[in-house]
Design a protein around this ligand. Structure first.
Ligand code: NOJ
Ligand code: NOJ
Length: 526
């Protein structure tokens, strides 16, 4: 067994804990300090107005809970069906392959995308952490071995040390896909590093006896010549984060909010891992690069004129409001950089929802069991308004399951955080979001503390709102719980690749966050 120092500490604490030599620790920020500053520097007075709230705000969506319980089991089963060797949809795949979907034509998604696979395996690790099921650990181990092989291929993006790690998609047997494609995509190595760092943490907590030096060495070895998987990815990220590449939707060559955020989180966690394994030179290099990248993210992706984050640095023909802002915050946000509860993320999410509500005709209809309070009714969300990918070819974009569940995940995560903090602030930036929750649409600026009646009113309304996005998924899911990539913007029928692995993964992650928020908000008797 190997003794790992700071990695024994849970993620959140890692960033702020004092276990490291100060040289490597970037300035200590109070969590989310930027959110607490109002434009004139002073918190504005806040008066609660509990009398105007309707009790219906607190009504959960009818029977949703039962469906979520069922769907969690089904979604996890369908997700495992898409992972080799045991998944029934994976014939011909190498062990550890995560297929994007079993669909082999119209569209052909029978490939492994580095991004989809890393995000999916993250969900498997979460399950392993909860259940301690060694079969799940073995799946992740095969995934890791296969990723090591994939990193070593010569592919159209390059070789091992010449850019090949940015290759986005592989054949199911792990060999390169050589057709033309939008490459490179630089989020893949970052997501893979984050997933595998989390894997080390999970095994270390669940089965510490399995943390041998040989096992760790395969994942991270201070010796660069050892070509360990995580270190190779961190080297890639730290050297290429400022080079343009294609976005997660595989369409635009630019620098991207989602990509930059997951890269930043990978560098921060990579720095901490390097420190815990006494790789001080690398730790200091990753730290310098994360600091530079953080500065870049803070200056480049906030559109102050329109009051929202934008998904791309230089793509003037798009509004910039995009589902990838939520995904960036979910997978790459940290307490001092665009976490789900940050005012800028909440405001951008709400503006994006408003756009999507108008865009998709299906959103004018109320699904059964919508919340009694119309303001809190969630809608189907797509990738971005200008989207024309219909799941097979190009015509008109549709709502996507994974984008719709991301809105709930953002809100559940924020609820849990506000309860932990015992307060939140309504600011000029995030007011647009709180207005949506407020019965008269006019949220008052200022600090809302856990003793104020409005604290609970807001958070319960937020919970109902979050639930109602999952309720949209419930309505468009097949009776047996199956989810494809998209659902039709006019009639709601499923479109695009069937059994999209990522649709299941994102639902499961949102359901998990719901559980946490629910316990904090309603206790065990809810
Ligand atoms: C397939 C890509 O995966 C998708 O993201 C894109 O929108 C379509 N091709 C259309 O270019
Ligand atoms: C198209 C999506 O745009 C992209 O993000 C995804 O990686 C692939 N489909 C595979 O699911």
């Amino acid at each position: 067994m190997v003794f790992l120092k700071p990695i024994l500490i849970p993620v959140a604490a890692l960033v702020y804990c004092s276990g490291f030599t100060s040289a490597y620790v970037a300035a200590k920020y109070p969590p989310d300090s930027r959110q607490l500053i109002f434009s004139n520097g002073d918190p504005l007075p806040y008066e609660n107005d509990a009398t105007t709230w309707h009790t219906t705000s607190a009504q959960p969506v009818k029977n949703l809970e039962d469906w979520i319980d069922l769907e969690q089991d089904l979604a996890f089963k369908y997700l495992l069906d898409n992972i080799a060797p045991n998944g029934i949809n994976t014939e011909g795949s190498s062990d550890g392959t995560v297929i994007a979907s079993p669909s082999k034509a119209y569209p052909n998604y029978f490939y492994q995308w580095v991004r989809d696979a890393a995000i999916t395996i993250q969900g498997v690790i979460d399950e392993y952490g909860k259940s301690g099921d060694l079969a799940l650990r073995d799946i992740v181990d095969s995934y890791a071995n296969l990723q090591g092989n994939i990193q070593g291929t010569f592919n159209p993006s390059g070789g091992f040390a010449t850019g090949g790690l940015g290759e986005p998609k592989f054949m199911v047997d792990g060999t390169p896909f050589t057709g033309s494609w939008a490459r490179p995509q630089r989020d893949g190595p970052a997501l893979r590093a984050l997933t595998l760092i989390n894997f080390i943490r999970a095994v270390n907590q669940t089965h510490p006896e399995l943390v041998t030096s040989q096992w760790i060495g395969k994942l991270y070895d201070p010796d660069l010549a050892a070509k360990s998987i995580i270190k190779s990815d961190l080297e890639y990220v730290s050297h290429y984060w400022n080079a343009i590449g294609f976005d997660l939707w595989e369409e635009i060559e630019d620098l991207h909010f989602f990509t930059a955020l997951v890269q930043h989180k990978a560098l921060v966690q990579g720095r901490d891992l390097a420190l815990s394994l006494d790789d001080y030179g690398a730790a200091s290099w990753y730290d310098s690069q994360q600091a530079a990248l953080k500065g870049f993210i803070e200056t480049e992706f906030w559109d102050g004129r329109n009051g929202h984050l934008k998904a791309y640095q230089h793509t003037p023909y798009r509004s910039g409001l995009d589902c990838s802002i939520m995904l960036g915050s979910i997978h790459g946000g940290q307490s001092d950089l665009y976490p789900p509860w940050s005012g800028k993320v909440l405001a951008s999410t709400q503006m994006f929802i408003n756009q999507m509500q108008m865009l998709h005709p299906i959103n004018k209809q109320r699904p059964p069991h919508y919340p009694e309070d119309e303001r809190l009714r969630g809608v189907g969300l797509g990738r971005y308004t200008e989207d024309i990918y219909d799941g097979v070819g190009t015509s008109e974009g549709n709502p996507w399951f994974l984008c719709t569940s991301s809105a709930s995940e953002i809100f559940y995560t924020a609820i849990a955080h506000f309860i932990d903090e015992g307060e939140f602030y309504i600011t000029h930036i995030n007011r647009l979001f709180f207005n949506r929750l407020h019965p008269t649409g006019r949220a008052k600026l200022g600090r809302v503390r856990s003793g104020d009646p409005d604290f609970r009113n807001y958070l319960q309304a937020m919970f109902t709102y979050a639930d109602s996005f999952l309720n949209v998924i419930r309505y468009h899911a097949k009776p047996d719980g199956r989810l494809s990539e998209q659902f039709d913007k006019y009639d709601g029928f499923q479109r695009g690749a069937h059994d999209l692995t990522w649709s299941y993964g994102s639902f499961l992650m949102a359901a998990d966050k719901r559980q946490t928020a629910r316990k904090k908000l309603f206790g065990s008797q809810y």
